[in-house]
Design a protein around this ligand. Sequence first.
Ligand code: MN
Length: 446
Amino acid sequence: MTHLRNFLKEMKEKGEILTIKEKFSPKFQIPAIIQKLDGGPILLFKKVRGHKNRIVANVCGTRKRICHALKTNNENLYSTIFEAWEKPLQPKIVEDGPVKEVIEKPNLLKIPVLTHFEKDGGAYITSAIVSAKSPDDKIENVSIHRLQILDENHLAIRLVPRHLFKLWNLAKQEDRDLDIAISIGVHPTIHLAASSPLPFGINEFAVANALLENKLRLIQCHYVNANAVADAEIVLEGKMSTRKQTLEGSLVDITGTYDIQRQQPIIKIINTMHRENYIYQALLPSGSEHKLLMGLPREALIWRSVSNVVPTVKAVNLSTGGCGWLHAIISIEKQTQGDGKNAILAAFSAHPSLKHVIVVDSDINIYNPNEVEWAIATRFQADKDLIVVSNVRGSTLDPSADQESGTTTKMGIDATRPLAKPKEKFIKAQIPLDPETENFLQQLKT
Ligand code: MN
């Protein structure tokens, strides 16, 4: 099923949900709890101070849950993503959907939107799926944007110069506002599709629909020319101004540091639809969910790019410590001296924001930072195995980079063992295990 609620039901059966019955405030209290339990279970807040509705958070907070949502496993995750990217399937537009249970005049202040960090500019909707169409209706784009609550019916949107920005510019050329639909509380596949770096013109709803085996349903909005998710918890219909801007921010982004303030467009919300007793979906900026949604599609691209230059790529990890965005750790089956460095170059070409790459042999578990550090300690020589490139385009989110131009210095560490030396010198020593000890150790674990 394609509902967020169905996914939550499946997760509950697997013991992946922690229900919190105590009453907490959406300002700082709930964000503090989400942050403390980051990378853990889905959190369902049953009571929210000052609000009637429940809050769910950390839905896509682990690889395991994202794999479950995509009906795949870690080994086949990237190929599942590629298949959907390559074979998008246009979803059906239906007349009615669960989100139409209540249709009312907008009041954004009634929604339990979180205020996350100390110096954030205010309450921010961070999990919203924003969809819009080109003036000729031929292109539909779906993306995730942070939305700052300004008052009862106005939002500020951070518009990075990508696809929605392009559509906004097309509307601007015709001297009109851009119609948009904002869907909140949706199945994880829609979040993953909306986070995917697809070419302009590919409809991310169609990618989500491919992942959902053609079960995604959209509805046409009442007052704007845009499609929304029929079984979302909340849909906001809005017009993004091409004239009115406001100072947006600041807000903590994926790096866990405050992004700068900028003049950004204002959205006027003109209609709201929601399920009765809707669940508001929250997402903590810089939390593991944010990193996974941003990082997983890029991992897939890196995996494909590195696979073109070395025979076997075992795994790719845009690590949590590297903000799920700036650091890649890649394990390969090294065949020829130089494979490690070729892998570094291929990784940089696949993800322009990438800053540091570490390549290790396939015996290293790239999800364990200690093992990665051990590989650097025992297999890496800085004068031979290091690549440094200055003044290249990187991420403007990195406070140590030039945040205006986005230029940065990149570094690649080839921590694969040198083939010229005997393999035995680099192998991690093992203690032999007899069945008796192994049995005992198993019991210790459980
Ligand atoms: Mn797009």
